[in-house]
Design a protein around this ligand. Sequence first.
Ligand SMILES: NC(=O)c1ccc[n+]([C@@H]2O[C@H](COP(=O)([O-])OP(=O)(O)OC[C@H]3O[C@@H](n4cnc5c(N)ncnc54)[C@H](O)[C@@H]3O)[C@@H](O)[C@H]2O)c1
Length: 464
Amino acid sequence: MAPIEVKKICCIGAGYVGGPTCAVIPHIQVTIVDLNQQRIDAWNSDELPIYEPGLDEVVKKARGKNLFFSTDVDKGIEEADLIFVSVNTPTKKSGIGAGFAADLKFLQLATRRIAEVAKSSKIVVEKSTVPCRTADAMRTILEANSKPGCHFDILSNPEFLAEGTAIEDLFAPDRVLIGSLQTQQGLDACAALAGVYANWVPRERILTVGLWSSELSKLAANAMLAQRISSVNALSAICEATGANIDEVAYAVGKDTRMGSKFLKASVGFGGSCFQKDILNLVYLSESLHLPEVAKYWRAVVEMNEYQKSRFANKVVDTLFNTITGKKIAILGWAFKKDTGDTRESPAITLANHFLTEKARINIYDPQVSKDQIWLDLTDYGDIPAEPIKPHVTISQSVEEACHNAEAIVICTEWDEFKTLDWQKIYDNCPRPAFVFDGRLILDRKALTDIGFKVTSIGTGDRL
Ligand SMILES: NC(=O)c1ccc[n+]([C@@H]2O[C@H](COP(=O)([O-])OP(=O)(O)OC[C@H]3O[C@@H](n4cnc5c(N)ncnc54)[C@H](O)[C@@H]3O)[C@@H](O)[C@H]2O)c1
């Protein structure tokens, strides 16, 4: 049988994954649809809704040619042979599995819509991160609601891009993973999607596996990456207590080729929309499978991350002579990591809340996060009233403004621009003693100490 040729693609969900992932597909017509009018308008404008190095150029080159953004979800579905489902799958906030399980309502709504609208057979691709065996539920929904003659093949194709390097990752991925049922139809659908990627990804990097392995591999990869960060952060606490230096320890450990050097940078903790949510998802899956020890093991990775954030916040308070009431603290960086404007689960939010509870005044600066977004984060999207904290919060337009008169400067995000600041000038505008807390290990501790700052870095003890 001739391989299935994909002529038109639709992607449901124009977010951090749907937008960049589809923008790099060459030749084939791709329409990215979303219910959020504001987001689609932004994708169609000069101010894209997300910041990602290189994204502007890629989108501007393809938009209007083979790349389209629309709120007409039904038309997108109807016209496509292959549909990526790239909607959000956040952690459930209430009900069974609250705080752990993935909330699949957006995925199920999108699946239902596909079944209701499709007039011809489609390949439906799970791109969202989902618990293992979600494709089963999707198949049941699709089969129960489809029109006669419409057949759906479901593939799992998890996205491994990292925010901040998404375009690089997408153009030259370590691997593309496609999971399918091992039936002839499943394998044909898998070959069709592999054919799409083969337009720019070498064949040996396109891995094809069973559906359930593919779904689980995404959770497994994130859990193991986060586990390395929690391990190195646990060691950073030992370094601080012993006089060892975490950067030196990480360097020595990372030189072991069995280990490798990546994901060994100690920090104030990991953030982002995926690590915590995906590990909790794995914890819930383990519990559902009656594997409490496995659940406990993965839960500890998240607990270590919470510990690292509160340990760092407490260190700021301790160092400022056990009180920060009324003191001005500059928070440099609000995004969960550099080169993204994404703030989901950012450690900066936890630190800011901690400082506000201690009645400090905080000045926040981030080069890519808007004032509105910072307020949404501080008020937990409206759940916490803004009025009581307003007098204690200033959102600054520059580092200098944020640090002016600050008793403590706290680095929360590793933006490159923080490495090359005029620290002498900043010091001249700070009261004495002037404290710097390097939550990302990016500053030259000696240079700052020579200027006169009292520097505290993650994983570096004072004991010689
Ligand atoms: N952000 C990352 O770095 C990353 C990396 C790999 C995988 N993932 C996974 O990819 C998925 C998407 O993540 P994201 O960061 O792009 O989320 P996001 O919240 O940025 O985007 C999801 C989009 O889907 C839209 N949407 C929801 N339901 C819809 C529906 N029924 N019809 C049309 N549009 C709908 C929303 O309006 C939103 O714009 C998640 O499962 C996530 O875990 C994320």
